[in-house]
Design a protein around this ligand. Structure first.
Ligand SMILES: NC(=O)c1ccc[n+]([C@@H]2O[C@H](COP(=O)([O-])OP(=O)(O)OC[C@H]3O[C@@H](n4cnc5c(N)ncnc54)[C@H](O)[C@@H]3O)[C@@H](O)[C@H]2O)c1
Length: 270
């Protein structure tokens, strides 16, 4: 098990799902964690649950909307001031909103971009400022993208656009922040079993396991382990990258169902 003793970590959108899994894993590995969620009660309950498991006051809840830049800054200033460092910031909060392009409203567009792009951008900015100000030598910024930032997925037009934007933000910030020892990477999960995806579709795991070559859906731990590795000192030379955690889903281009069996070409070149 990795040790993050003394580390100070911020995770947004963490009352449940992937974010919760990240907070639990970092707290178990010895970190002090700031757990944000839009739903303040959920944030408090999640922090309480983790603290009980690790038998320590490792996690502090912060209830606010990450689209509110002032609130993001207040949390990150408070955390870095209290501990005198900030090691890892994970901009995980993201809003999936399905809608046909032809019917998509400006209100839905503004909300999706405010949470996914503005939220990620200003979480990164506040965290990078705090890392530099406190003299943290090897800061880590980790963003939560999606396979939909690489492949076109119908009715996730605005969402996919923001997830592609997040990957580009990781590249640009890797260049801007490299001299400060900060690495910036994104993780692009494929279909992942969480409370939300199972609530949307109770058969989500069985329905989606067939889309990836490895015939499985991701569990939260698959995403968490990737983030934990990116946070380690051993990952210091990896920056500006997006790591697909999708069982190979994005490697595939569909072929026609009527494709005949592959002809035997072993005896002739053609
Ligand atoms: N689950 C998947 O299959 C999947 C696949 C690809 C990418 N992702 C991405 O991973 C991240 C986490 O996904 P998930 O499925 O665990 O999340 P989720 O939808 O279950 O949400 C997790 C938490 O984030 C909170 N949240 C939402 N908007 C927020 C905001 N503006 N400010 C603060 N908190 C907010 C919610 O209240 C919720 O408790 C998201 O960015 C998502 O786009 C998820």
């Amino acid at each position: 098990m990795k040790s993050f003793d003394e580390y100070v970590v911020v995770v947004t959108g963490a009352g449940q799902g992937i974010g919760y899994g990240l907070c639990l894993a970092f707290a178990k590995a010895g970190a002090k964690v700031a757990l944000n969620d839009l739903d303040g009660d959920l944030a408090i309950a999640a922090a309480h649950k983790i603290n009980e498991q690790v038998c320590a006051e490792a996690v502090t809840p912060y209830g606010f909307d990450t689209a509110e830049v002032a609130a993001v800054r207040t949390m990150i200033d408070a955390v870095s001031h209290k501990h005198g460092r900030l090691d890892v910031a994970i901009a995980n909060a993201g809003l999936s909103h399905f809608g046909r392009f032809l019917d998509y409203t400006p209100e839905a567009f503004d909300r999706v971009t405010a949470v996914n792009l503005r939220g990620t951008f200003f979480t990164a900015q506040a965290a990078a400022r705090a890392m530099i100000k406190t003299g943290t030598k090897s800061g880590r910024l980790i963003f939560m993208s999606s396979v939909t930032g690489n492949q076109a997925y119908p009715n996730l037009n605005a969402y996919g656009m923001t997830k592609a934007g997040i990957q580009q933000l990781a590249r640009v910030l890797a260049v801007e922040l490299g001299a400060h020892g900060i690495t910036v990477n994104a993780i692009a999960p494929g279909a992942t079993v969480t409370e939300r995806t199972m609530a949307d579709d109770p058969s989500y795991d069985t329905n989606w396991q067939g889309v990836a070559p490895n015939q499985r859906v991701a569990q939260v731990e698959d995403i968490v382990e990737t983030a934990l590795f990116l946070a380690t000192p051993q990952a210091r030379h990896i920056t500006g990258q997006t790591i697909m955690v999708d069982g190979g889903w994005t490697l595939i281009s569909p072929i026609p169902e009527a494709t005949p069996d592959i002809p035997d070409t072993s005896s002739k070149l053609r």
